[in-house]
Design a protein around this ligand. Structure first.
Ligand code: VG1
Ligand code: CO
Length: 544
């Protein structure tokens, strides 16, 4: 095998964000751009000679080209084997499953997740460690630092390999194994959930479901599990073919971007259960007939009902949620007498807690839910979790949520996103809040008294590493919270996220909408941060 060493110069913009490096496709297509980052990943790692790497992606534009580049570089850098999802496809949770199952050294996932795809849209890449989870900050920082100093990378000169057929091939001295990851993933789901109960529900004739794969990576997984194995009616899976540009849509399962599915859940012939997943298959949205379940409530309900699912029948060790996720799950943990951890945004912060056995379940308000079965959030897993709960409880989605609120109280919750705002204004807004945290404490505004205000920092409960500046939190005496942070996944300007929450324990108003119930706090959130002054925006672009 003839290794070719290529001279290069560093780019200064390769710091991984919330979930890996995300940029426009055109940025990745610059000569040496992807190669520099991949070499920086390999250079940051030790001890992988002769070992196995897992590589795959969400199928978006540039996925296949990037895969060929990575395979040649993996061979030149000394990996013994690369396992690749057939057609270059691997959902993010399936990649995590495969890394763990085959005891791989680590993996590279090619995805920009919920961001749009296509020649003018987004691409992304991230490294996952041997536990199957996103690299911790220590490694992502090391990768970034190496990317600032890189002057050469290693590859081999050889023809591209066939990535469409299962089986093994040699690339230089390295073996490339094309695998069908759907089998491994489906087997794992079968080992967790009560497939018999779900089959009975789906064939009862009184229950129907729709799953919107948004032309992203989960389509084939959902068709296999829901339609083939669980017997859901043909056509249950919508937009099941993975497309390079997701059919021009934004593969983000929320009320705005999964509008067609939402429309199908209302009206005369609506289904009983609706769900959707994102570009790389790690997110989930849960809908009932005429009903939307907020992701924070979904996490709390999954936790409260966990023992109904065979894989969690023994109970939960603990729970974690990201800081901006609502406090609904905290009350469940409290009642169960287990620990509840509050981590910064991003799945990488759950890894240590999961590995140490401190938590079984974790989740984020951004449509991400998961457990210790893998080390990524898992969209289809969450959908199957709900289906299992529905099969056992034999109630509607709405009734399950109402019951939950009656038992635990309700956290009325919303997130407002101001997308693509000028970075300068967004940074100024955050700086101003940061400078005012002390001054805000004790203030009474429109009937709400601020009890505490800070810029969230987190000390990892396992390795004691500190992550600071993770978002401004304003905590009110009523239990309400307003949180501000800037997105670390966008590629156009800055995105301001404002998270607004009010716990209520009255049993009235169960069907009233969060935007109504939170109107006062929403107004406060814009005046406290002077959102219009800093961003020029009167209203958010996306409300979830
Ligand atoms: C967003 C979400 C965060 C999630 C991340 C990756 O990050 O808020 O909760 O972990 O996306 O999700 P940010 O920094 O834009 O707020 V995925 O499905 O894009 O990998
Ligand atoms: Co995703």
């Amino acid at each position: 095998m003839k290794i070719k060493t290529v001279s290069t110069t560093p780019f200064d913009d390769q710091r991984p964000g919330t979930s890996g490096l995300r940029k426009k496709v055109k940025v990745f297509q610059q000569p040496h751009y992807l190669e520099n980052f991949v070499q920086s990943i390999f250079s940051a790692l030790e001890g992988f000679q002769g070992k196995t790497l897992v590589v795959g992606g969400d199928g978006r534009y540039y996925n296949r080209e990037a895969l060929q580049i990575i395979l040649k570089m993996a061979a030149a850098n000394g990996f013994g084997k690369v396992m690749v999802g057939c057609d270059a496809l691997l959902s993010t949770p399936a990649a995590s499953c495969v890394i763990r199952k085959y005891d791989a050294f680590g993996g590279i996932i090619l995805s920009a997740s919920h961001n749009p795809g296509g020649p003018d849209a987004d691409f992304g890449i991230k490294y996952n460690a041997g536990n199957g989870g996103p690299a911790p900050e220590k490694i992502t920082e090391a990768i970034y630092n190496l990317s600032l100093e890189i002057n050469e990378y290693h590859t081999i000169e050889t023809a591209d390999i066939d990535i469409d057929n299962i089986g093994e091939q040699m690339l230089g001295d390295m073996c490339v194994e094309l695998i069908n990851p759907i089998t491994d993933y489906a087997d794992m789901m079968e080992s967790i959930f009560d497939f018999d109960a779900m089959r009975t529900l789906l064939s009862s004739g009184t229950f129907s479901m729709r799953f919107d794969a948004m032309n992203a990576v989960t389509g084939p997984y959902a068709e296999e599990i829901l339609e083939q194995q669980l017997g859901a009616a043909e056509g249950t899976v919508l937009r099941g073919d993975p497309l390079e540009d997701f059919g021009g849509a934004h593969p983000d399962p929320n009320l705005k971007h999964a509008r067609e599915l939402v429309a199908m859940m209302y009206g005369d012939n609506a289904a009983n259960f609706g769900a959707a997943s994102d570009g790389d298959g790690d997110r989930n949205m849960i809908l009932g007939y005429d009903f939307y379940v907020s992701p924070s409530d979904s996490l709390a309900i999954i936790a409260a009902n966990a023992t109904l699912v065979p894989g969690y029948a023994q109970g939960l060790a603990g729970i974690a949620r990201s800081m901006p996720t609502s406090q609904a799950v905290d009350r469940v943990a409290d009642k169960l007498g287990i620990d509840c951890y509050e981590t910064p945004t991003g799945w990488k912060f759950f890894g240590n807690l999961l590995d140490a056995g401190k938590i079984t379940l974790c989740g984020e308000e951004s449509f991400g839910t998961g457990s210790d079965h893998v080390r990524e959030k898992d969209g289809l897993w969450a959908v199957l979790f709900w289906l299992n709960i529905l099969a056992v409880r034999k109630q509607s989605v709405a009734d399950i949520v109402y019951d939950h609120w009656r038992t635990f109280g309700r956290d009325v919750y919303t997130r407002h996103d101001y997308e693509g705002v000028p970075a300068e204004g967004a940074n100024a807004l955050m700086e101003q809040l940061r400078a005012n945290t002390d001054e805000l404490k004790g203030q009474s505004l429109d009937g709400y008294t601020i009890e505490h205000c800070d810029d969230f920092s987190y000390t990892d409960a396992v390795d004691n590493s500190l992550s600071s500046k993770q978002g401004i939190r304003i905590l009110f005496t009523s239990g309400a919270r307003i949180i501000y942070r800037l997105s670390g996944t966008g590629t156009d300007g800055a995105t301001l996220r404002v998270y607004i929450e009010q716990p209520i324990d009255t049993l009235e108003n169960l069907d009233r909408e969060p935007q109504q119930l939170l109107a006062k706090l929403i107004r406060l959130s814009s005046t406290i941060a002077e959102i219009e002054k800093h961003t020029g925006r009167k209203a958010p672009d996306v409300i979830t």
